[in-house]
Write a protein that binds this ligand. Structure first.
Ligand code: GLN
Length: 367
């Protein structure tokens, strides 16, 4: 469409991570406070937009990698409906969850670029067309659901306050805010960390140095299996190996039913919870992240702590629903103003309506 590509940005290896500390090129810093991570995995894209190096960037979002860094860097991150943007050319992480979307400074910019990214592509069999029409949203008729389960344990109190203040802004415009329940949603993180590695172990099997990936020096070649093991052992990073191993385990005979199959069932229950809630509300609101941006090294030695960063974002991937993170003010810490992000989620294919609803807040705040 005539856009100029400025460059290629840093990310966690194979998009696995929440801080860019898993990058093969060393971490990206958060432009708001360089002692802190920019989030991940699309940390480079997001830092570039937040620092004004580029007006917008693309990211991929399998469990939050567009929205979580956007929340950490104070910009807008939009994950469209599953299939709305073709994934032709994207390296697959977890194929039932992966989606491409824009990272922008404003909702208005997301509305500008998104229509050019959309649509059915014969090179991606999962791609779909979504309705492009936008309608003026009347805030007086707008119903926003706030998720009861996600305002409880584990959420930073200061972030909670910011989200509630943002909802007050909508209330001031005439919207009604309703507390809703997504009873299975708190299991989303466990479900994600079973389904995602299962798909990862399958998708990454192709990086064997024969068809894809870096080869061995000739003299190192043993038998074929030995060669695969050596190549994969040499070239894949710690986190990537961890997920390949977890996923191989959850798919193996004897464990498949207990893990993968069960996770698929709970995934359906989570989807039903969302569909049920959307009978009563137009969008669902929640924090994007449980904490403000954390410092380098704070979570990198503890994978489980790192995974907890994704607790609010994975639901939209498991259900395939569109979701956006918008900046809702800042939290003072160490003499820095750390960004807070609020996430809005809409039903499938309501991407344009979701953007319109997010823009209402932006207009009200910026005037
Ligand atoms: N942080 C999540 C993970 O590590 C999300 C990754 C992503 O969306 N690519 O899996």
């Amino acid at each position: 469409e005539g856009s100029i590509v400025l460059g290629k940005t840093n990310m966690d290896e194979f998009a696995m991570g929440s801080s860019t500390e898993n990058s093969g090129f060393k971490p990206t810093k958060n432009p708001i406070d360089i002692s802190r991570v920019p989030g991940g995995s699309s940390g480079g894209s997001t830092a570039a937009v937040a620092a004004g190096m580029a007006p917008w960037a693309v990211g991929s979002d399998t469990g939050g990698s567009i929205r979580q860094p956007a929340a950490f860097c104070g910009v807008v991150g939009f994950k469209p409906t599953y299939g709305a943007v073709s994934r032709y050319g994207l390296i697959a992480m977890a194929s039932s969850l992966d989606q491409i979307g824009p990272i922008t400074q404003t909702v208005k910019d997301a509305q500008t670029v998104f229509p050019y990214m959309l649509g059915r592509d014969k090179m991606d069999a999962t791609s779909i067309n979504i309705e492009k029409n936008t309608r003026d949203i009347d805030p007086e008729n707008l119903k926003i659901g706030i998720v009861k389960e996600f305002l409880e344990d584990g959420l930073d109190e200061r972030l909670k306050e910011k989200v509630l203040e943002a909802l007050d802004v909508y209330r001031g415009m005439g919207a009604s805010i309703k507390e809703i329940s997504l009873p299975h949603a708190p299991h989303g993180l466990s479900v994600y960390y079973i389904i995602m590695p299962s798909e990862v172990s399958s998708n990454l099997a192709r990086y064997d140095g024969i068809r894809y990936g870096k080869q061995l020096d000739k003299e190192e070649g043993q038998d074929l299996i030995g060669k695969y093991l050596k190549i994969r052992g040499n070239n894949l990073g710690e986190e990537v190996k961890r997920r390949v191993m977890l996923g191989t385990y959850t798919l193996s005979a004897g464990y498949y039913d207990a893990y993968y199959l069960k996770a698929q069932k709970v995934r359906q229950l989570i989807n039903q919870d969302f569909l049920e809630a959307f009978k009563e509300v137009d969008v669902i609101a929640m924090p994007t992240t449980p904490t403000p941006p954390f410092k380098f090294g704070e979570k990198s030695d503890d994978p489980l702590q790192m995974y907890l960063s994704d607790v609010y974002t994975v639901g939209a991937n498991l259900t395939g629903m569109p979701a956006i993170s918008i900046p809702v003010g800042t939290i003072e810490e160490d003499d820095k103003k750390l960004p807070a992000g609020m996430q809005l989620i809409a039903p499938h294919k309501y991407d344009f309506k979701l953007l319109d609803i997010a823009e209402l807040y932006e207009k009200e705040i910026t005037g």
